[in-house]
Design a protein around this ligand. Structure first.
Ligand SMILES: [Zn+2]
Length: 364
């Protein structure tokens, strides 16, 4: 009997652990293993603020690259998300805007803070997918596309400001499925960490609505800098893509190969305070636009476009070189550490020549 109960408890724990894992979806790459996709954020304004013009250029670039899918970095419907699954804003801001043939592909979306100001669960509902088969929005999930794995993270519950906001400010958030908040965010971080650690994909790309690093109006999201960034850095994430700041931006990290890409310019655009070549800023643009990404096993190319489809900035990375440069840096710092340790050993050792012998034995 005791054995049976123990087995039942273990089975139960396994079931809970399975249920807690992030949902995993598969997306086949091209026959040669390559992938291309577009990234757009902060867009749903029924065509206003140049949303339609950006959509038109996305169609043109999408056709040229024969894209596999589109990523939305959130704030999908302004100002206050959807009122419900029957809200016509879904058709007016999505179905009737992104009409180009090349955009009739799967869209992978996350929720933004504005989506939480409406009926958040409506955006997550499969009823919307019945209306438009391109639509897919979940809270947090993984898309496995063989050479790359995409980790979509629900970032809004991390930001303290939405939980301390004065109700008189007329901002009400739909926290169904999120509370208790600390459980939600800590479980999510654990799931993301274990999924990243288990990933064997060549490229690891993380998507969330809120920026980790940004010089836009909102700037860095300190909660993500403290809680999420260490996990991404420890697991060799190549790119973090976000919206929220209504601009285009690329920032590199001084301590890891991760690139911070902001694509939150699908409609209304804001100014940004970035200074080129300062604090890792490699590119910034305070106007409307979007990003395209092309990937193979060894190379990635990220291109930023404006509302006219003009190429503003292009960045290419070699996976081997990208990481080998970081390995070189790491080895260099290890060598420096060894040198320092040897100097300490030598200065405290009464026998001369220990340093020389050790260096020789290590081939240094
Ligand atoms: Zn936002």
């Amino acid at each position: 009997m005791a054995l049976f109960l123990t087995l039942m408890i273990i089975l139960g724990l396994c079931l809970i652990s399975t249920l807690a894992e992030l949902q995993r979806l598969e997306h086949s790459p091209n026959a040669d293993g390559s992938l291309s996709f577009l990234v757009v954020g902060d867009w749903g304004r029924k065509g206003a603020h140049n949303q339609s013009e950006v959509a038109h250029q996305m169609g043109r670039v999408g056709s040229k690259l024969n894209i596999n899918f589109v990523i939305s970095t959130g704030d999908n419907f302004y100002e206050e998300g959807l009122k419900g699954v029957e809200d016509t804003a879904f058709e007016e801001s999505f179905t009737k805007i992104y009409t180009d043939k090349s955009l009739q592909k799967q869209w992978y979306s996350v929720l933004g803070n504005h989506d939480y100001m409406g009926d958040a669960e409506a955006e997550l509902s499969s009823n919307l997918t019945l209306k438009d088969t391109r639509w897919l929005c979940l809270r947090s999930y993984i898309v496995n596309a063989k050479i790359a794995e995409f980790f979509f993270i629900d970032t809004t519950p991390f930001a303290d400001e939405y939980f301390t906001i004065d109700p008189s400010e007329d901002q009400v958030f739909d926290w169904r499925g999120v509370l208790p908040r600390k459980n939600y965010t800590s479980n999510l971080l654990k799931d993301v960490e274990s999924a990243l650690r288990a990933s064997a994909a060549k490229w690891k790309i993380v998507i969330g609505h809120h920026p980790i690093r940004s010089f836009g109006t909102h700037g860095d999201t300190q909660e993500l800098v403290e809680q999420l960034l260490p996990i991404l850095q420890a697991n060799n994430v190549d790119m973090y893509m976000n919206g929220h700041d209504h601009c285009l931006m690329r920032i590199s990290s001084p301590v890891s190969p991760i690139q911070f890409l902001t694509s939150g310019a699908g409609s209304e655009a804001w100014i940004c305070d970035a200074v080129l070549n300062r604090d890792g800023v490699k590119f910034h643009y305070p106007g409307q636009g979007f990003i395209s990404v092309e990937m193979t096993q060894t190379h990635a190319k990220v291109v930023f476009y404006d509302v006219f489809g003009k190429v503003l900035h292009s960045w290419s990375a070699s996976k081997k070189l990208l990481h080998s440069s970081w390995v070189s840096n790491l080895l260099l710092s290890c060598n420096l550490t060894i040198w320092l340790l040897l100097l300490l050993v030598d200065s405290s050792n009464p026998q001369p020549g220990v340093l020389k012998l050790l260096l020789k034995s290590m081939g240094l």
